[in-house]
Design a protein around this ligand. Structure first.
Ligand code: 13P
Length: 252
């Protein structure tokens, strides 16, 4: 499967800026997107149509939503349904991003509901997991991440298509801080997640589910990170906001 190079724009960019950045990215990657890579841009909801318009007719570029609510429709003020994301052109959606967990207070069980619902609605879901610095220091990395995986994927059928599911390992202490997990830390965490996925989904699907790394990915460290075993892509925040730096990561 192709490496997934994902840009999470978080709560940045008005429509005009989103259009300009997406168009700039299309121009920079024209004829230069490596065969083994797929690009995903995850803008704020208000910019989905703008980015989708800039990507129209291009191959290898997909659109994603930053979150979803686990219902088809209903009285859920402020929320967004998976069908609405698909209607806006999304193929992917994030669940359990650390900012949703730690700023908005989402718990593991709710993240699990979202993940299963998004998959059932036909979206490809990227479940985000990762430990806080105090948890890592207390030796709880494996306990925290496997708890997040178990709850986050609790209702996902074992026969899920590996194209429809990805896991993003984003250590909370590396997000937006400039601190990247070292190659050994990334390798160990990804190996642990891979073993868990094989145990949970079996020897056919488990090895194929993509595991992305996220947390201060930059043009200068992307090549190193992408060369680590079980790193099947990256989820980029700050360095994805400029087309120049994100294109450099995509082609690293
Ligand atoms: P940064 O790349 O800004 O550290 O953000 C990572 C992230 O949270 C992507 O989802």
């Amino acid at each position: 499967m192709k490496k997934l190079m994902a840009a999470n724009w978080k709560m940045y960019k008005m429509r005009a800026e989103a259009t300009a950045t997406a168009s700039d990215l299309v121009a920079r990657l024209d004829g230069r997107l490596p065969e083994d890579r797929e690009v995903l841009v995850i803008p704020p909801f208000t910019a989905l149509w703008a980015v989708g318009g800039a990507f129209a007719g291009k191959t290898g570029l997909s659109l994603g939503g930053q979150d979803l609510y686990p219902a088809k429709e209903g009285a859920f003020t402020g929320e967004i349904a998976p069908d609405m994301l698909r209607d806006a052109g999304c193929r992917y959606v994030l669940t359990g991003h650390s900012e949703r967990r730690h700023v908005l207070g989402e718990d593991d069980a709710f993240v699990g509901k979202k993940t299963a619902f998004g998959l059932a609605a036909g979206l490809s879901v990227i479940l985000c997991v990762g430990e806080k610095v105090e948890e890592r220091k207390a030796g709880q990395l494996e306990a925290v991440v496997t708890r997040q995986l178990a709850a986050g994927l609790a209702d996902v059928p074992s026969e899920v298509s590996p194209e429809a599911l990805a896991v993003a390992y984003e250590p909370v202490w590396a997000i937006g801080t400039g601190l990247t997990a070292g190659p050994k830390e990334v390798e160990e965490a990804h190996a642990m997640i891979r073993a868990w996925l094989i145990e949970r989904f079996g020897p056919q699907t488990g090895p194929s589910v993509r595991i992305l790394y996220g947390g201060s990915v930059k043009p200068g460290n992307a090549e190193l990170l992408l060369g680590i075993d079980n790193v099947d892509g990256v989820l980029v925040g700050g360095a994805s906001l400029e087309a120049e730096s994100f294109a450099a990561i995509v082609t690293a």
